[in-house]
Design a protein. Sequence first.
Length: 546
Amino acid sequence: MAEFDFIIVGAGSSGCVLADRLSADGRHRVLLLEAGGRDNQPVVAMPLAWMKAAMTPAITWGYLGEPEPYAGNRQMPHLRGRILGGTSSINGMMYSRGMPSDYDGWSAAGLKGWSYAEVLPYFKRSESCWRGPSLYHGDGGPLTVSRIPSDPATYPALMDTARALGFKVLDDFNGAEREGFGIPDFTIHKGRRGSTSKRFLAEAAKRSNLAVESHVLVRRILIENGKAVGVEASRDGQTMQFRANREVIVSGGTFNSPQLLLLSGIGPAEELRAQGIAPVVVLPGVGKNLQDHPMVMVVYEASGPFTFDAQLRLDRLAFTAMRWFLTGTGPGAAMPFAGQGFVRSSSARPYPDIQFQVSNVSFMAQPWFPGWRRPVGYHLSAGALQLQPESRGQVTLKSPDPGAPPAICFNLMKEEYDRRFACDLLRFCRKFFATDPAARLIKAELAPGPAVQSDDELDAYVRANIATGAHPTSSCAMGTGEMAVVDADLKVRGLEGLRVVDASVMPRVVAGNTNAPAIMIAEKAADMILGRTPLPAAELPAACSG
Ligand SMILES: Cc1cc2nc3c(=O)[nH]c(=O)nc-3n(C[C@H](O)[C@H](O)[C@H](O)COP(=O)(O)OP(=O)(O)OC[C@H]3O[C@@H](n4cnc5c(N)ncnc54)[C@H](O)[C@@H]3O)c2cc1C
């Protein structure tokens, strides 16, 4: 097929869903182009190995951010999947949708069709939830949402601590109530990672009207007379062109979608000219408004040998891998995750703006064996994310070469509000682990360490250690004003035949993880692109809106 109706750039969380939905009725010829390769590696499939997958250079983009001026000029790695399934093939698989107020905020800003009641049916359409069908969950979609076993050594103590601090224990973080503690759901299917490649694309790729081309880097969008008509791409040094009769849809993710628009002459005029690119459509917002969840971490030495570190002894790991491979069960089929909470930083907040996560292992963990390598110790770690940050960053071009990485800077901790919030996050983690019975799980605080106490010490620690939650969004923001890149139909302003459909279109990062929202955005976009009537809005109890 040399010509197609739709060309989708990027087979990630959004792109695979689009490829499935746009090709489903067989009436349209669809081409899905992906810079990375196949996703058949065990490290991708095994849930326990997710950090290893995220760090594997062969399947990731290897982006290193620009020096962060308000965070000690540190350059941070920004992990992104370069593989079928995109970042859904390397992520932590936690299923979380954000808060109703996120979407109601988009709608209130003039983005018709994006209220929580209107997007909920699209979350449900994609989902096959272990809970069965309900007002909040679907059970007929390709995306398996499952539950992992809780850790008996830590979970009861964490939940009792949450209760002692006045929080509820929730069974469902995506239901009617949003503030509380519990164990999240995961996109794990029969013990294996449920990426969008596996759950949406694998079946769809059998259709004769869908072509999937991997190892193809899209270099620019072809534009004729104000309309996107195709893309120029390369594979193994060979340049090629593909034509789209109806639309080009950019689903390259929050770093690569703005990069591709800029490379195609769509963006701030001066920035384009500085790279020797003639502006085709002047859109000052391309690459701006970049956001992520700032994240702090507190690491504890556990009070006994009950953490996951015990499982990292080589012989046990080998058994875990074998068991997982043969049966899809055991520790390999889950995450070393102890519990999480969504909480409000103040009672004035309508919805939680802190995500608190406890793992029964730390990032220092590594395999060990007597006589080979000593264990790092028995650790617990508490991570806390600021869900509604105020600092904004940008993605810009470093070079007009499509093979060069873009310049990524979040301006983390630029705003005073974020700096104070990050210090409060550390205080929250400490307060939680100073409360019984969680206090009995720990022996000592390893990081930041007991010496870091005063406001100045906390602030210095934050600047030296703040990281992101790996949830970058909003660099091709949907909106109605001058800085908007796409409109409420996800059409790039000022051009025909071009949309952006991925996490980059969120006007503001949602208060939760971003994979399910990227999938929802693609579900909704598919109906828009096919000209279908949107799914009817959910009828929600009053307490659930806004
Ligand atoms: C380590 C890590 C852990 C995470 N954990 C979670 C979690 O537990 N739960 C959760 O909800 N979210 C999590 N996330 C975030 C979530 O996975 C992402 O927000 C989501 O996958 C983004 O989807 P996307 O479609 O916007 O982009 P992506 O999934 O990144 O897709 C973009 C695709 O486009 C391809 N591409 C880009 N440019 C080009 C080009 N020029 N030509 C061809 N192809 C191109 C890329 O290779 C990629 O496949 C995590 C992220 C990371 C990095």
